[in-house]
Design a protein around this ligand. Structure first.
Ligand SMILES: [Zn+2]
Length: 147
């Protein structure tokens, strides 16, 4: 079980996100360049610790780490303590919420399944749009699809 922050919040949930990007914006970037770009956005928005997610997954399935799991993220207002936030770098613009997403690639799907399965104590996987009026991450997230 991962414990987060000074209050040692138990981490039982993963919240999925997408990058709010125009089609192709990240197409030719390395994972580090994507990380650095999002880190700059979050720093400019005043996030004290920069990059607000715990990791990102590129369209080819490559994972790049963000905040340590033991650090509270900045990715979902009201739900940051006790959750991990992961960012899917999707291959096209998100225009609606689908059940079966075509926004992420099979490689991202596999990488995310491996990632979720590798973290102890997770009981729930949810979408940013479950908690905020957003499209993010562009598809319905059901725990049983990922755990
Ligand atoms: Zn989000």
């Amino acid at each position: 079980m991962i414990l987060q922050g000074k209050a040692a919040h138990p981490v039982r949930e993963i919240i999925l996100h997408c990058a709010a990007i125009k089609t192709g914006q990240f197409a030719h970037m390395t994972p580090f360049h994507v990380f650095a770009t999002v880190n700059q956005w979050h720093t400019e928005r005043g996030f004290k610790n920069g990059f607000g997610y715990h990791g990102l997954i590129m369209p080819d399935g490559v994972y790049y780490s963000g905040r340590p799991y033991s650090m509270i993220g900045a990715h979902c207002i009201g739900h940051n303590a006790g959750t991990l936030g992961f960012l899917l770098i999707e291959s096209r613009e998100i225009t609606k919420i689908d059940y079966f997403s075509t926004y992420y690639t099979p490689a991202q799907n596999r990488a995310l399944l491996d990632l979720v399965g590798s973290i102890d104590g997770i009981e729930k996987v949810s979408a940013h749009h479950d908690y905020a009026p957003k499209l993010c991450p562009g598809f319905e997230v059901k725990t049983y699809d990922w755990l």
